[in-house]
Design a protein around this ligand. Structure first.
Ligand code: NAD
Ligand code: LMR
Length: 441
């Protein structure tokens, strides 16, 4: 069996330890010869890199492990680049989340004005990594988690249309774990499903077990009462704000009881509720810093201080398992079905063929084949037309350096009440992002 080389871009990410452990958990079906961490922040990456120098030497001395800031070292001789960068880090996420609420608009990592701001930072970072990969390992695949995936996917479609990049999201997988639990099954892979939408903006239309039995009635009944709140998912989304989001899914569901919604739709459909429950001084990023970052970095520092990883365990969750499963499908031709963010081109037949949609795809050695989802109803089509235009305008604004198009993008977002408010938020975001965004004129 071939042994694979993996590069993790955004090596200093809080998700890196989980990803390394998941890779180590799957060595029997996905042998690894090297893992390289790459980041552009030495201090941050060293926290994880130094700890895993010790961890890997103790538990997997036969696997090469390095962490580096040098693109040539990181991207040469690699088979898969797993990307999870956050351009601007938590400092900028905080501004994405706190600026729009000053004007009564939701502040969120990937939705609304905050998501657009983050998108305009991410495009350049992701393209840079893709270019490194193509220069040093032209046959490799890049599996991208870097958010906001919808804007990143549209940008790579426009700017690098022939690149071997697949954009993915872990949210629907966590939801599928919860739905499996609702019907007494264990794993998301125990379900057959149909789904369509944009990233963080989609709907399940079918859930069946592997014998073809329709599970939707049972799941709908459950979601109509509890949302996703009491389904056992993965360890990743346990914080208080997530519990609120999972509970609110019942009200999102109520709007279209034919489908099961993605949780992120709450930001578009119930922004008033979100604002009532927002503490502008303590947003999701603060929760992440006080929770996941503190915990992950704390464990890493303990390993480094003690000089041993003995007795230390990290969480490995859906986030890690999904990207590793996808790499295995590409490497070993498993023909499993994954939700991917891909160019529509007829997969949703009554929707823009150039839109980057999230639909199930069969993944094999040659890449992926989309599974057609047919026609979608007016309600979803209307919402998606508006949102895809926001994403396309944001990418055009980045490419052309256009203030006008970015103002249009913000104005069109369902989360923003008027062109006036859009302009006020935009002008604040321009100031906050001046080290990251192209100059707009
Ligand atoms: P994090 O801040 O902990 O880590 C991101 C790392 O990226 C940092 O170490 C930072 O220095 C590095 N980085 C920033 N710009 C870079 C560049 N140009 N080149 C190389 N490295 C760079 O962030 P996190 O919370 O672990 O999240 C990482 C990414 O994964 C984010 O984009 C986040 O939105 C995304 N994410 C995606 C999903 C999904 O399902 N798609 C789920 C969770 C998180
Ligand atoms: C995170 O925890 O940072 C991501 O899963 C996304 C979010 O907003 O919580």
């Amino acid at each position: 069996m071939k042994k694979y080389a993996i590069t993790i871009a955004g090596g200093g990410s809080t998700f890196t330890p989980g990803m390394i452990l998941m890779l180590m958990d799957n060595l029997d079906r996905f042998p690894i010869r090297s893992i390289k961490l790459y980041d552009n922040d030495e201090d941050r990456q060293n926290i994880i890199g130094n700890a895993f120098d010790i961890f890997m030497k103790e538990r997997h001395p036969d696997i090469e492990f390095i962490h580096t800031l040098d693109p040539e070292t990181a991207f040469s001789d690699t088979d898969f680049v797993m990307a999870q960068i956050r351009v601007g880090k938590y400092e900028m996420r905080s501004k994405d989340e706190k600026i729009p609420p000053k004007y009564g608009v939701i502040g969120q990592e990937t939705c609304g004005p905050g998501g657009i701001a983050y998108g305009l930072r991410s495009i350049g970072g992701v393209i840079e990594i893709l270019d490194y990969m193509e220069k040093y390992s032209p046959d490799a695949w890049m599996l991208n988690y870097s958010n906001p995936a919808a804007i990143v996917a549209e940008a790579t479609r426009r700017l690098r249309p022939d690149s071997k990049i697949i954009n993915i999201c872990d949210m629907p997988i966590d939801l599928m774990y919860k739905m499996a639990d609702m019907v007494g099954l264990k794993h998301w892979k125990d379900l057959d499903f149909s789904y369509y939408g944009l990233n963080h903006f989609g709907w399940f239309t079918e859930i069946k077990d592997k014998d073809g039995n329709d599970l939707m009635p049972q799941i709908k009944e459950h979601v109509s009462v509890n949302g996703f709140a009491d389904g056992i998912g993965t360890a990743q989304h346990l914080d208080e704000s997530w519990v609120e989001t999972f509970t609110k899914a019942k009200d999102v569901y109520a709007l279209d009881p034919e489908t099961i919604p993605n949780t992120y739709l709450k930001y578009y459909l119930y922004p008033d509720f979100v604002m009532e429950h927002t503490d502008i001084n303590h947003t999701r990023v603060d929760e992440v810093k006080e929770g996941r970052e503190k915990e992950v970095f704390g464990l890493c520092n303990t390993i480094t201080d003690r000089g041993t990883a003995e007795g230390i365990d990290f969480e490995i969750d859906a986030h890690a398992s999904y990207i590793v499963d996808l790499a295995i499908a590409l490497a070993e031709n498993t023909k499993e079905v994954f939700l991917l963010i891909v160019e529509n081109d007829g997969a949703v037949s009554n929707f823009d063929p150039t839109a980057m949609v999230e639909v199930p795809c069969i993944v094999d050695k040659s890449g992926y084949k989309k599974i057609c989802q047919g026609k979608i109803p007016q309600f979803q089509k209307g919402m998606m037309e508006e949102q895809v235009s926001v994403e396309k305008l944001a990418v055009e604004a980045w490419i052309e350096g256009s203030y006008q198009k970015l103002w249009q993008a913000l104005t069109l977002s369902k989360t923003v009440p008027s062109a006036k408010v859009a302009k006020l938020i935009l002008d604040d975001l321009i100031e906050a992002n001046k080290d990251f965004w192209p100059e707009l004129h």
